[in-house]
Design a protein around this ligand. Structure first.
Ligand SMILES: *Cc1c(COP(=O)(O)O)cnc(C)c1O
Length: 398
C-alpha cells in the first residue's frame, strides 16, 4: 500500500510543530518559528494562553459534552453575549466555518419558504470566494480546484466578479434568495470589499427582499480591528457565519441571524451533535471575554497600523519584488510582482528564516499573526522578511 494513513489531500510542508509558546511554534527537532499564520487566522490569543488553557482543563473536568436534547446554560450565556454585542438576535453553534456557512444558506432558503416564496432559493456569490469544503460550500465558489470531480454540486449559485455591483445586480432575479460574501476575501487574496460595493449590496438586498449573508469566518472576531469587519462599513448583515477566531484553536463556529431572517428555523429544521457543547461554550466565553476586554481591539488596530506601514516600507527597499500591501487590521497581504511567486516566497521564509506566513490567491503573502503580538514580534517579522527578500532575490537571480 502506498497511500499514507492520513488521507493525502494536503500538500504538507516539513514543519512539524509539537508545541506552541505565545507567538511561536516549536518543531519536532526543537526549531522555533515566529507564527504569523496563526493556524490560518485561528489562534488569535497565540499558543498556550494561560486563561484559555485553564478554561479547557476546568470545563473538561466539570462537563465536556451532553446533548442538544438538554438545556445549555453556557450556550445560552455565550449566545446572549453575542446577541448583545452584534446585529444578531439568535445564534446557532457549529464546529467549523463550513458548517456555519451551511447553516446560513439553510436559514436564507428557509426564510423565503416561511414567507410562502419557496421558489426563491438562489444565492449570488463571488469569484475567488472561499466558504469551506462541504458540497454546499464548494458549490458557492467558482474555483475549479475545489469543485472538479465532485459534481453534481448544489444548484442555485450564481457566481459573479467581486467588487462589481453591476454584475451582482444583474444576477438577481425573482428566484434569488440571498447574496453571500466575505467582507474581506481571505483565501482569494486578502481583498476587502469596497465601501460602494458592500453598501450597494446592502441596498440591493433591501430593495429586492434578499438576505445579505456575510461570511466573517476569517475576517471576523477582531481580526480587522473591529469585532466584525462589517462594522467598518457602517452596515449590518441579516445572517453571518463565524468560526476560526471564535474558538482561538478549539473547533467552534456560529451562524448569527436577525429574528426576521431566522424565522424559518423552527423546531426540527437543523441540528448538530457536538455543536455548542459545554466545552466549546466555555472556550467561547473565555475568548469573547478577552476579545471584548478593555483595550483589545485598540491593540489590534495599533499593531495593524504598525505592521502595515512596516510592510509598506519593504516595497521601495526591495526593488521590483512587492507590489502592494492590502487588508485591514491584522489581516494583511503583501502582493508580489509577477516576477516572483508568493507560494515559493512563503516556503523560503519558512525554511530559511523561521517565519510562518500563508500564501493566498492573486500571488499574495498573507500575514495573520496572533492578535496579541507586541512590537517586538513586528520588528522580528520585518527583519525576517527583509533578510528573506534579499536571499530570495539572489536565489531567483541565480
Ligand atoms: C476557513 C474559511 C471557511 C471554512 O472554515 P472551516 O472551519 O475550514 O470549515 C469558510 N469561510 C471562510 C471565509 C474561511 O476563511
Amino acid at each position: 500500500m502506498s497511500i499514507t494513513p492520513l488521507m493525502p489531500v494536503y500538500p504538507r510542508c516539513d514543519v512539524r510543530p509539537v508545541r506552541g509558546e505565545g507567538c511561536y511554534l516549536i518543531g519536532e527537532r526543537g526549531e522555533r518559528y515566529l507564527d504569523f499564520a496563526s493556524g490560518i487566522a485561528v489562534n488569535l490569543l497565540g499558543h498556550g494562553h494561560p486563561k484559555l488553557v485553564k478554561t479547557i482543563a476546568d470545563q473538561a473536568a466539570t462537563l465536556m459534552h451532553t446533548s442538544n436534547l438538554y438545556g445549555m446554560p453556557l450556550g445560552e450565556k455565550l449566545a446572549q453575549r453575542l446577541v448583545d454585542t452584534t446585529f444578531a438576535d439568535t445564534v446557532f453553534f457549529t464546529n467549523s466555518g463550513a458548517e456555519a456557512v451551511e447553516c446560513a444558506i439553510k436559514t436564507a432558503r428557509r426564510y423565503h419558504y416561511a414567507n410562502g416564496e419557496a421558489h426563491r432559493h438562489k444565492i449570488v456569490t463571488f469569484d475567488n470566494a472561499f466558504h469551506g469544503r462541504t458540497l454546499g460550500t464548494i458549490s458557492a465558489t467558482s474555483q475549479p480546484k475545489m469543485r472538479d470531480g465532485f459534481e453534481p454540486l448544489l444548484p442555485g449559485f450564481d457566481v459573479v466578479p467581486f467588487n462589481d455591483l453591476a454584475a451582482a445586480t444583474a444576477a438577481v432575479d425573482e428566484d434569488t434568495a440571498a447574496i453571500m460574501l466575505e467582507p474581506v476575501q481571505g483565501e482569494g487574496g486578502v481583498t476587502p470589499a469596497t465601501q460602494e460595493f458592500l453598501a450597494g449590496l446592502r441596498k440591493l438586498c433591501d430593495e429586492k427582499g434578499l438576505l445579505l449573508i456575510l461570511d466573517e469566518v476569517q475576517c471576523g472576531y477582531a481580526r480587522t480591528g473591529t469585532f466584525f469587519a462589517h462594522e467598518q462599513y457602517g452596515l449590518t448583515p441579516d445572517i453571518m457565519a463565524v468560526a476560526k477566531g471564535i474558538g482561538a484553536g478549539f473547533p467552534l463556529g456560529a451562524c448569527l441571524a436577525t429574528e426576521e431572517a431566522a424565522k424559518g428555523m423552527v423546531f426540527g429544521t437543523h441540528g448538530s451533535t457536538y455543536g455548542g457543547n459545554p466545552l466549546a461554550m466555555a472556550v467561547g466565553l473565555t475568548v469573547l471575554e478577552e476579545v471584548l476586554g478593555e483595550g483589545f481591539l485598540d491593540h489590534v488596530k495599533a499593531m495593524g497600523a504598525r505592521l502595515r506601514s512596516a510592510l509598506e516600507q519593504l516595497i521601495p527597499n526591495h526593488d521590483g519584488m512587492f507590489a502592494d500591501v492590502r487588508g485591514m487590521g491584522l489581516m494583511l497581504g503583501v502582493k508580489m510582482t509577477d516576477s516572483y511567486d508568493a507560494r515559493n516566497f512563503v516556503a523560503h521564509l519558512r525554511d530559511n528564516h523561521g517565519l510562518l506566513a500563508v500564501s493566498a490567491g492573486q500571488n499574495v503573502v498573507r500575514i495573520l499573526p496572533p492578535l496579541v503580538i507586541e512590537e517586538s514580534h513586528i520588528s522580528e517579522c520585518i527583519e525576517k522578511i527583509s533578510a528573506g527578500a534579499r536571499s530570495f532575490a539572489d536565489a531567483n537571480a541565480a
